[in-house]
Design a protein around this ligand. Structure first.
Ligand SMILES: NC(=O)c1ccc[n+]([C@@H]2O[C@H](COP(=O)([O-])OP(=O)(O)OC[C@H]3O[C@@H](n4cnc5c(N)ncnc54)[C@H](OP(=O)(O)O)[C@@H]3O)[C@@H](O)[C@H]2O)c1
Length: 394
């Protein structure tokens, strides 16, 4: 077989074409996702002994695809040596071939892929946490064979079973953000029943799962969004306390004048007042952060004494500036968090299997429209998750 049509599954399990279609980024065209990501035909990847080749039925869009396309803040070509980059850190599919050492999976298994890779052999992998491995990488961002292709290769430990009740597109839409939110709230911040949890970007990829997880854990989500339609979505997911950030002027800007600093701190106080109004006089026990530069000073300010700010990203900028007195004098903690280990991915996936957490797939795009989907995400014109149909049929 020379090539494989999109939207089809070969009749013979394990049969592979000479070339596969992939959405490819190359160094010379890094820039806007709409132009930097292009369809190309490339060879199907070769497998190592502990690797699995997956026929990709559907893939999910994440912010790291935007960064990979732009080549900013860091070019992916500094992370691996291949001259091409196939982005995508979420997928569902069918196990197509397995390396000779793979025992847990066999061709035909229906799977969801989690995006953490590690060496599997070091003491960190075998006693501490694979996220501490010096070779730890995010598949499809720090590696070259990601999800936006007809086939992908992954480590065997990256697979979890696909929930039977979900479509391929829904199954491809939750892994990266849900498993990240799970580690942030369950593993790192250790949310307790009754905690008030302030969730930035509550209608975004991480936020939709942070809200649902808070409800599962018996905590109270305070959802921050930027538009009325997003307010509707977070309310459907169970958030009763909702704030429109557009009603406040707390965003931190670079090079502020003393007057602007004063105005911003007044707005932070007003925002804190709104949180207290909603919670019956309480501050946020936990702040769920991933926006970074524009919101971080507010996150530190509104967090309760002895509370925790758990952070996994910085959409608005990496250089965080804030008044540290609010941190030390009120004994708050800042906790970094990054994706999840395989055990956390497995435990989180069980919550999807039993229907306690549901994906929120807002739009599904055809394979050729992968760049368009990333452009929408870059411009913050989406809510929930965006999916890409690859070998799944309409
Ligand atoms: N380390 C990890 O493992 C990991 C995993 C997943 C994601 N991340 C990172 O986390 C970030 C969010 O990911 P995501 O999938 O949730 O992205 P997303 O779907 O784009 O959602 C982010 C949300 O943040 C809000 N937002 C954007 N700019 C903002 C600003 N200036 N101020 C306040 N809110 C703002 C938006 O909501 P409103 O406009 O409605 O407020 C948006 O819905 C990204 O930077 C991503 O790379 C890291």
């Amino acid at each position: 077989m020379k090539t494989l049509d999109l939207g089809t599954v070969p009749s013979e399990l394990g049969e592979i074409p000479d070339l596969m279609k992939a959405i490819v980024i190359r160094k010379e065209r890094e820039g806007e996702p709409a132009t930097s990501m292009q369809v190309e035909e490339v060879p199907v990847p070769e497998l190592g002994p502990s690797e699995v080749l997956v026929l990709v039925m559907a893939a999910g869009v994440n912010f790291n695809g935007v960064w990979a396309a732009q080549g900013k803040p860091v070019s992916v070509f500094r992370m691996h040596k291949d001259p091409f980059h196939i982005a995508g850190s979420d997928a569902s599919g069918i196990v197509w071939r397995v390396g000779k050492d793979v025992r847990r999976w066999k061709p035909g298994d229906e799977v969801v892929i989690h995006c953490n890779q590690s060496c599997g052999q070091c003491p960190e992998c075998n006693g501490l946490d694979p996220m501490a491995c010096s070779e730890q990488k995010i598949w499809g961002y720090e590696t070259s064979w990601g999800a936006f292709a007809q086939f992908t290769k992954v480590q065997a430990q990256q697979l979890v079973t696909k929930p039977k009740k979900l479509s391929w597109e829904e199954s491809a839409s939750y892994g990266l953000t849900f498993f990240t939110a799970y580690r942030m709230l369950v593993g790192q911040a250790q949310v307790k029943p009754g905690d008030n949890v302030l969730i930035w970007g509550a209608a975004g990829g991480l936020g939709i799962f942070a809200i649902q997880l808070c409800k599962v854990l018996g905590a109270n989500p305070i959802a921050v969004v930027s538009s009325p339609d997003k307010m509707g979505l977070v309310s459907e997911l169970g958030a009763e306390m909702i704030i429109n950030r557009r009603d406040f002027g707390f965003a931190k800007r670079p090079d502020e004048t003393p007057e602007q600093v004063k105005k911003r701190s007044d707005e932070m106080k007003r925002f804190g007042g709104e949180i207290r109004k909603l919670t019956g006089g309480k501050d946020a026990d936990i702040v769920f952060e991933h926006v970074g530069q524009e919101t971080f000073p507010t996150s530190v300010f509104v967090c309760k004494r002895f509370g925790k700010i758990v952070i996994c990203g910085a959409t608005s900028g990496f250089n965080l500036e804030f008044d540290v007195r609010y941190l030390w004098m009120r004994q708050k903690q800042i906790i970094g968090s990054h994706f999840a280990n395989a055990y956390q991915a497995e435990r989180a996936n069980e919550l999807v299997h039993v229907g306690k957490i549901r994906p929120v797939l807002d739009q599904v795009f055809a394979f050729e429209d992968t760049p368009k989907a990333h452009q929408l995400m870059k411009e913050n014109k989406h809510k929930g998750k965006l999916g890409i149909r690859i070998q799944a049929s309409l």
